[in-house]
Design a protein around this ligand. Structure first.
Ligand code: GDP
Ligand code: MG
Length: 487
């Protein structure tokens, strides 16, 4: 029923439910009402169901009304629910006390007007107060929940460093991954309700999603949906400082979105002029794809230019004969801290994943007038899709000129073994595994002596603490030995 009280559409369901269709194309958006009331019957006088409340929230009805049908066919109780403004944090909807149909004297016009006013006010204030995204993190796994939990902890740290507020972490084990929703439809509904209760605006999946999975889940929950890789790319985008860094991130983002564009015709029609008509959608998609490809070509050639410039600088550097040493390792291992301690400079250090995106280069002096150039690099991370790695090629190319790689890992973390092998895999993939490297466990200040010894023996490495300069002597003399071993 519309605001004037006219019947807008009629749906016939059965005792189990009603399928509402045909409203989808008139989506109202998160902060506006649809201007329609949804009136339906309940045959056993049941309370408003989860489905009713989902319809209320997803379709942004002014009001959901369930009218009890008595066995005699006469109307019994009326149950109603309406949405609440976003800043009433705990609840997103209000279910009113059931009334007999004869007691119903709601002035609907006044009611919806004041509700809309409240919404308008709260939309304004929450825009200012709360720029942060509020997310549910979801891990769906066919393997052990133990592994999934570790991965979720990392995802959570990633989300935090992207400035996202993590509301809840949900792990689900399944036999198979659902093509459409990743998980079961029932679970999706549950997640939707949780998102309403907690006021989530975003879902982050700990796995790669296809374009159509993103679309289905986003439609079923009315939330923004991203996956692990997109989150990582977002962080990269926030962190990129140099022109080169920015180009690389944009390239990676475009490469990632290209195969996922398939079904986002809603978005596409918006950017191409807002015509929602069906037929030309295909062509719009093609136009958009072509534009992206052109942009990718353009960025690639920009990078070629940058690499060329760097080659020249590198040649100049090679002429000086100064050896180059690169710090590599999983993100947050302490590479920038170590560079600072070694060279007493102050490269951007932050207890966030990916604080460093752009390579930083410093000189490090050794006794006997010896010196090396030492570079800090972007942190590695597992499950970076192969084709994205290539987007970061110019940063990673920098490693190719290194005479020695210092592979730093956080020896105090629970998952350093996985991190070490993730880094080794990437080195292999980039054919950098032939460059000599030193494995170094960092953050030894957080370990007991026994723990330190056990790790050193197990991995044949040394341990240091980048924040304690006096612990770096062993490392610098090892570096010296490695670099000038012929001398
Ligand atoms: P990167 O991502 O590898 O460059 O890591 P950062 O150098 O940015 O360091 C990440 C975090 O680890 C920062 O909070 C550092 O202060 C901290 N950190 C680095 N080295 C040590 C260390 O030896 N001991 C301890 N306790 N913390 C460290
Ligand atoms: Mg760093």
């Amino acid at each position: 029923m519309d605001r004037r009280g006219h019947v807008y559409d009629v749906f016939v369901g059965d005792a189990k439910g009603i399928e509402i269709s045909g409203l989808g194309r008139y989506r109202a958006g998160r902060s506006r009402f649809r201007g329609l009331r949804f009136l339906h019957t309940h045959l056993r006088g049941e309370e408003l169901s989860t489905d009713d409340l989902m319809d209320l929230a997803l379709l942004r009805f002014d009001l959901v009304v369930a009218l009890e049908v008595l066995p005699s066919g006469l109307p019994g109780l009326v149950r109603m629910a309406h949405l609440l403004p976003r800043d009433s944090r705990e609840k997103l909807y209000e279910v009113l006390e059931p009334l007999s149909v004869h007691e119903l004297d709601l002035d609907f016009h006044q009611f919806i007007e004041s509700l809309e006013e409240e919404f308008a006010l709260s939309a304004k204030s929450s825009d200012i107060l709360d720029g942060r995204k509020r997310a549910l993190l979801i891990g769906v796994t066919t393997r052990s929940t133990e592994k999934a939990r570790e991965s979720m902890e990392e995802l959570s740290a990633l989300a935090e460093s992207a400035g996202i507020e993590v509301l809840e972490t949900i792990i689900q084990r399944r036999q198979t991954i659902d093509n459409r929703y990743v998980m079961g439809k029932g679970k999706i509904k549950e997640i939707f309700i949780t998102s309403l209760q907690l006021g989530a605006t975003l879902i982050v999946f700990d796995r790669e999603l296809t374009g159509s999975q993103m679309k289905s889940i986003s439609e079923a929950t009315d939330l923004e949906v991203i996956d692990r890789t997109q989150l990582i790319l977002d962080i990269f985008a926030q962190r990129a400082r140099s022109r080169e860094g920015k180009i690389q991130v944009e390239l990676a983002q475009l490469k990632y979105s290209l195969p996922r564009l398939v079904l986002k015709d809603d978005f596409l029609s918006r950017i191409t002029g807002g015509i929602r008509a069906r037929g030309p959608g295909e062509t719009k998609l093609e136009i958009y794809r072509r534009r992206i490809k052109e942009r990718i070509d353009r960025l690639n050639s920009d990078i070629d230019e940058i690499v060329k410039g760097r080659d020249e600088r590198r040649k100049a550097r090679e002429k000086t004969g100064i050896p180059v040493l690169s710090l590599i390792g999983y993100t947050n291992a302490g590479k920038s801290t170590l560079l600072n301690s070694l060279t007493e400079s102050s490269v951007f250090v932050e207890n966030r994943l990916f604080a460093t995106l752009d390579p930083t280069t410093r000189r490090l002096r050794f006794p006997r007038e010896r010196e090396v150039i030492i570079t800090d690099t972007v942190g590695f991370i597992r499950e970076i899709p192969r084709d994205l790695l290539s987007a970061f090629r110019s940063t990673l190319e920098e490693l190719r000129e290194a005479h020695l790689l210092i592979h730093l890992f956080d020896a105090s973390g629970p998952t350093f073994r996985e991190h070490i092998s993730a880094v080794n895999d990437i080195l292999q993939e980039l054919a950098l595994d032939n460059i000599p490297h030193l494995l170094v466990g960092n953050k030894a200040d957080k370990l007991t002596d026994e723990e330190k010894q056990r790790i050193e023996e197990e991995l044949g490495c040394i341990t240091i603490s980048a924040i304690k300069k006096e612990s770096l002597g062993v490392l610098t003399s090892l570096m010296e030995k490695e670099i000038w071993k012929d001398a």
